[in-house]
Structure formats: structure tokens, C-alpha cells
Design a protein around this ligand. Structure first.
Ligand code: MRU
Length: 368
């Protein structure tokens, strides 16, 4: 793994394939906002570790990284063993895929991207090695390019739900740092900024890993958006004062009934929003909708290390030694609390199962 020194945030991409160096170049998000540093990930172990440690994070960015990881795995095998037969390569890639899939459990984009790459590989496995590599490279680049188009389309639909000057609350980071360009929940905000909407954005700091403070406040502030940072327990106060007209959040997996897993604390925001009559919109690329998951109860929820709660960010530990800690990284917002799910093919409204079927039918007709 190699790293490059402080660069301007505006000049670098969240995730990029550097084919010449056989590496994935990411912004190391664990160093933000203090340092904006890129790291080059060469091996499958380095990529897995970067996903697990949240150096690269956010559902779409994880998917993009996983797609590139699959391509690099194939390239590594075929470079080391140019005569490798198709069966051996298939079994090596199946192992690599299972290893990468074990990096994090909740964001379905990880599995979605790996499955997509595997399908392309299997369809081309009998071709000459250079052809296999070139289709895999094209596919992982397409996953990234597609994310940009998808997020922009989500931004357009999201923008139709709000008015200039509105207050928007967001939780965690579903921004440019969680995707390739516009982000999902921030796409309406960035498009609105381009068109003079002048939203007032409130960013929850998002305990325990502070993605809202370190990443959302950072990137929106750097883009000149009017952003105010609040602690997670302040959403009721700002909503009660009438400062919020809509909540836009991202998601890690949406179940077929519309239940949505997103960063821990999202469901608290949704409950508060219901109390104050504020609509909650989930910004969801169709890649994040898992029709194989009937309800939120079927979504695996990642549990992370207690130290993220007890000591990370503090100068000294802020909890008694050996106290019990529960640290789920995500929660599920019940579909009844969600006003709409904004996809690249339009806004799904309840009942969600039927609405998603229509959205996927539309996806079959025209590809974003
Ligand atoms: O643990 P993280 O930082 O990967 O969690 C990220 C979130 O929960 C985001 O809100 C979600 O992935 C949507 S990103 C467009």
C-alpha cells in the first residue's frame, strides 16, 4: 500500500482504478477532515482491510471498489500464471470473491458488484486471457461511470421534492465521498446548489464514527453549501423550530417492502420526523434495493468493535473499563416512516413492493 500527501479535495476522486499500477486509488476517509490523502491499494488483503476499516465506505463506493477488486484479482492471477486454465481461474476468482464479500455485511452493493463482475467473467471465461481482462476492466469502469449517472438522476428526482431555501437534514455521509461523484442523499443538494436553490443543510454528526461531521460537513462546506453541523440528539430541536422541510438520507440496503437499513441513528431521525410532519426520503440507487430481502428483519446488521464507542476520538477512554457496549453500525427504518424512495428511475411511493416492480420494469426498458 502506498500513499500520496495532502491533495485538494476537489482535484481527486473518491475511488479510481489505476490500471498501470494495478491498484485502486482511494481517498483515505479515516484521515478526513484533517488530511486529504490518497492511498493505492494493490492486494486483495489491502482492499479488504480498506473496506473493513472504512477508509473507503458508503454503499456505492464500496460497490465500485469491489468491482475493481474483482478485476485486479483476475489480472493478478493471469499475470502470475499466464497459462492458467479456465477452471483454475474460476475457482481462484470464486475464492477471491468470497473473501471480498466478507469485508462488510450490510451494504448490498458489495455483493451486487461482485455478482455483476462474476456474471461478466462467466460469460467470457472461454475467451483468450487479454479479452477476459479487457471485459472485466470495462465492466468495473462502467460500474463507476454508471454510479455518476445514477446519482445525477436521483438528484433530479430528489430536487423535485423540495423548494429553494428549504432546510434539509441528512444523517451519516451519503455524499460524494460515499459514491463516485454527486453522492445519493447529497445529489439533490449539489444540483440545487448549481441552480441557486440555496438550501440550508443540517448534518447530523453521526456517532460513533462521525461520518456526518468528518465527511458530510467537510464535503458540503468545501463545495460552498450552507451546512450546519448538529449532534445526533438535536434533530428534534431543529425540526420543532421549523428549520427542516425534508430529510434526505442514503441507504445500505432496501428490502422489498421498503424497510431501509442505513447508518445507525437513521431510524431515530425518521421517528422524530414523523412527530413533526417532516417527510423522509431515502435516496437509493436500484443497486441498493434487494428484492431477495423481504423485510428489514432479513437484512444482516454489522456489529463493530466496542472501542469505536468507548475511546475512538477521545483523548482518554470515556467509559468504565469492561462495561458492556452494543455497537450496531446500522439500523432499519420501517417503511411506514418513509415518504418516498428516490431511485434513478423515479420516486417510489408506498406500497413499495409494487412500486419497486414498476421501477425495475422501467430499468429494463431504459438504462440510466
Ligand atoms: O459505515 P458506513 O460509513 O459505510 O455507512 C454509510 C452509510 O450508512 C451511508 O448512509 C450509506 O452507505 C449510503 S451512501 C450513499
Amino acid at each position: 500500500m502506498s500513499s500520496a500527501q495532502n491533495t485538494s479535495f476537489h482535484e481527486i476522486e473518491t475511488v479510481l482504478l489505476d490500471d498501470r499500477d494495478s491498484a485502486i486509488v482511494i481517498i483515505d476517509q479515516t484521515r478526513l477532515p484533517g488530511e486529504c490523502i490518497t492511498v493505492s491499494l494493490h492486494t486483495q488483503a489491502e482492499i479488504h482491510d480498506a473496506i473493513y476499516r472504512l477508509c473507503v465506505r458508503g454503499a456505492p463506493a464500496i460497490g465500485i471498489t469491489a468491482g475493481m477488486a474483482y478485476y485486479l484479482a483476475a489480472k493478478e492471477h493471469l499475470t502470475a500464471h499466464p497459462d492458467m486454465d479456465a477452471d483454475t481461474l474460476s475457482s481462484c476468482l470464486a475464492k477471491d470473491k468470497a473473501y471480498m464479500a466478507s469485508a462488510r455485511p450490510t451494504a448490498v452493493n458489495l455483493f451486487w458488484a461482485l455478482d455483476r463482475m462474476e456474471r461478466v467473467y462467466l460469460a467470457n471465461r472461454t475467451k483468450p486471457n487479454p479479452d477476459i481482462l479487457s471485459v472485466l476492466r470495462a465492466e468495473c469502469e462502467e460500474i463507476r461511470e454508471e454510479d455518476i449517472r445514477v446519482c445525477r438522476a436521483i438528484g433530479e428526482y430528489g430536487l423535485s421534492l423540495v423548494k429553494p431555501g428549504d432546510g434539509i437534514l441528512t444523517h451519516c455521509n451519503a455524499g460524494r465521498l460515499a459514491a463516485a461523484k454527486y453522492g445519493t442523499a447529497t445529489a439533490p443538494i449539489y444540483l440545487g446548489e448549481e441552480r441557486g436553490y440555496h438550501f440550508r443543510v443540517f448534518a447530523d454528526e453521526t456517532r460513533p464514527l462521525l461520518q456526518g461531521a468528518r465527511l458530510t460537513a467537510y464535503e458540503l462546506h468545501a463545495a460552498g453549501v450552507d451546512v450546519t453541523l448538529i449532534c445526533d440528539n438535536m434533530s428534534a430541536a431543529v425540526m420543532k423550530q421549523g428549520l427542516i422541510q425534508a430529510v434526505f438520507v442514503g441507504c445500505d440496503r432496501v428490502a422489498a417492502n421498503g424497510d431501509t437499513a442505513n447508518k445507525i441513528g437513521t431510524s431515530v431521525v425518521a421517528c422524530v420526523a414523523k412527530e413533526y410532519g417532516v417527510p423522509v426520503y431515502i435516496c437509493a440507487p436500484t443497486a441498493t434495493i434487494d428484492m431477495n430481502c423481504p423485510t428489514g428483519a432479513d437484512i444482516p446488521i454489522e456489529e463493530r468493535k466496542p472501542e469505536e464507542v468507548t475511546e475512538l476520538w477521545y483523548e482518554t477512554r470515556m467509559a468504565p473499563d469492561s462495561v458492556k457496549v452494543y455497537n450496531p453500525a446500522f439500523d432499519v427504518t420501517d417503511h411506514t416512516l418513509i415518504a418516498g424512495i428516490v431511485t434513478e428511475y423515479g420516486v417510489a411511493r408506498p406500497p413499495y413492493k409494487e412500486a419497486f416492480e414498476a421501477i425495475f420494469a422501467e430499468k429494463e426498458r431504459r438504462r440510466v
